[in-house]
Structure formats: C-alpha cells, structure tokens
Design a protein around this ligand. Structure first.
Ligand code: ZN
Length: 50
C-alpha cells in the first residue's frame, strides 16, 4: 500500500462538494486523496444555489 486508495489509482475517486469561502464558489474534491476537479468538467452534477 502506498497510502492512496486503489480506487483512486484507477480513477474512481470519492468526490465530495467543497466550498471556497473567499470566492463563494464550489468544487469537487476527492475525500481520499485530495484531488480536485473543475466544476466545469464532465460528469459533474450541476450546483444549484439556494
Ligand atoms: Zn481520489
């Protein structure tokens, strides 16, 4: 084991929605390895405010 989840190694990250306090924006970050993904990327569910 090298510290990273096997699923992360094969691209199956555990995306969780994170918020940026400074800009008020939101983005997805893997709770296991910390990798972030652009909100504009593919297969990301739309973020509906309010
Ligand atoms: Zn990951």
């Amino acid at each position: 084991m090298d510290g990273k989840s096997f699923r992360c190694r094969i691209g199956m990250h555990h995306w969780v929605l994170q918020h940026e306090p400074e800009s008020g924006g939101a983005f997805y970050e893997c709770s296991r390895c910390g990798k972030d993904r652009s909100p504009d990327g593919p297969s990301v569910p739309p973020v509906v405010p309010g």
